[in-house]
Ligand binder design. Structure first.
Ligand code: ZN
Length: 411
């Protein structure tokens, strides 16, 4: 397979370029600095021998590894994103490479006493004896999703160098702005031209995902009436009390902190209130489409019930769908999940198939006509200073990509 040090060097060359996306910006990419890595990736894709390497005005990168067989093989794709989350800084990433991990605490930053400990992050113990790349405790690492990019490029490089391994046409797609929910927005599915694809954007080794939340956002606005408190009897309407009633009328145990697996929730994440007006912001999540619709209806019904106590409408609810569970788009083409499962087993990996409690670029792409399950990229503790990635997991991800390419070309 790919030489370990080569992969480490490649990965570090990506994470040391700051590509934090910016939710406040309307441009694509949302931050100009994402061009720095995007342009470098274009050059690298050309250097390793891919053809038809393109980057568009929004920094979406595509490239092709041509087929090396005569028979008809479906074109498949691999997708990842090069931005990092705005939740935590990705500037001046200073990766630490820990070889032959001994299963003990890893001191990320002595001066600030920041320690990555298996007492708290138990998953670390799975990687005893392996090479682990961590942060220096002051930034995120960016394995989400530069590990995915390093894996896809390394797998393509390997296939170019080994023409005896037979595969069909493979497309590669790298996107900006996934972390602010826009990675798929300007992805040209027609131009990509694959029958299906995989995002290499999951977490620990073995993860294989084709179910995610159905998602909506709700803005609840409560109108009150402000009157001088000394003369308010029978006149003042305090919107904050009505808001409290509204909040308490939703099921208290159907919240993120009380749910797991396939249980959905209402999540109140912001309250802004004065006597005159209060605004509540919620997200609604559920894997089941029927339950999801019922949650949205419940939010409207509770508003109507409160409104019936007043002469005119005081509570209004505005709901916007955000994304849907890709499962309905994947189930008709389940063979693409089976293929990934087989590719993992061939690499000696036990597939971990579980529903994502979130969304992925792949779910949006699936609804845009490109069915797109998600495969592990290998990292842990995304979006923060404790992020790390075992190099052996990245090597296995490369093997999975190479296996998928070959399995898809089997007659
Ligand atoms: Zn990601």
């Amino acid at each position: 397979m790919i030489e370990k040090q080569h992969l480490i060097d490649r990965f570090i060359s990506y994470v040391t370029v700051d590509t934090e996306s910016d939710p406040e910006s309307d441009t694509t990419p949302s931050s100009a600095k994402q061009w720095d890595l995007a342009n470098a990736l274009v050059e690298e894709l050309k250097t390793i021998g891919l053809v038809d390497v393109t980057i568009d005005d929004n920094a979406y990168i595509m490239a092709t590894l041509p087929s090396n067989v005569d028979h008809d093989v479906p074109t498949i794709g691999f997708v990842s994103h090069f931005d990092t989350t705005p939740d935590f800084t990705g500037k001046d990433v200073n990766p630490q490479v820990i070889e032959n991990y001994d299963g003990k605490d890893i001191v990320l930053n002595e001066a600030e006493n920041i320690v990555l400990s298996p007492d708290y992050f138990e998953d670390l113990l799975q990687y005893k004896g392996q090479t682990i790349i961590t942060t220096d405790g002051t930034t995120l690492l960016g394995a989400d999703d530069k590990a995915g990019i390093a894996e896809i490029i390394s797998a393509m490089e390997y296939l170019v160098k080994h023409p005896e391994l037979k595969h069909g046409k493979i497309r590669v797609g790298f996107t900006p702005d996934e972390e602010i929910g826009r990675g798929a927005h300007k992805f040209d599915v027609n131009k990509f031209g694959a029958e299906w694809a995989y995002t290499m954007d999951g977490s620990q080794i073995g993860e294989l995902e084709y179910e995610n939340f159905n998602a909506a956002g709700a803005l609840v606005t409560i109108k009150g009436k402000i009157v001088h408190p000394g003369y308010a009897k029978g006149k003042m309407v305090n919107s904050m009390y009505i808001a409290t009633d509204y909040i308490n009328s939703l099921p208290r145990l159907e919240t993120p902190e009380h749910t797991a697996d396939r249980e959905g929730f209402f999540h109140l994440y912001s309250i802004k209130g004065e006597v005159d007006s209060t605004q509540l912001q919620y997200i609604i999540r559920d894997h089941d489409r029927g339950h999801f619709e019922a949650r949205k209806e419940m939010m409207v019904k509770l508003a109507n019930e409160l409104n019936s106590q007043f002469e005119k409408e005081v509570v209004s609810v505005e709901i916007k769908d955000q994304y849907f569970n890709m499962r309905e788009k994947i189930e008709p083409v389940m063979h693409i999940v089976d293929l990934a499962e087989e590719a993992m087993k061939l690499a000696g990996i036990t597939p971990l198939i579980k529903p994502i409690r979130g969304g992925t670029d792949g779910s949006q792409l699936s609804f845009m006509g490109l069915p797109c399950p998600n495969i592990f990229a290998g990292g842990h503790n995304f979006h923060g200073r404790f992020e790390y990635v075992p190099v052996e997991s990245m090597l296995k991800a490369i093997e999975v990509i190479v296996n998928i390419a070959q399995l898809a070309a089997k007659k």
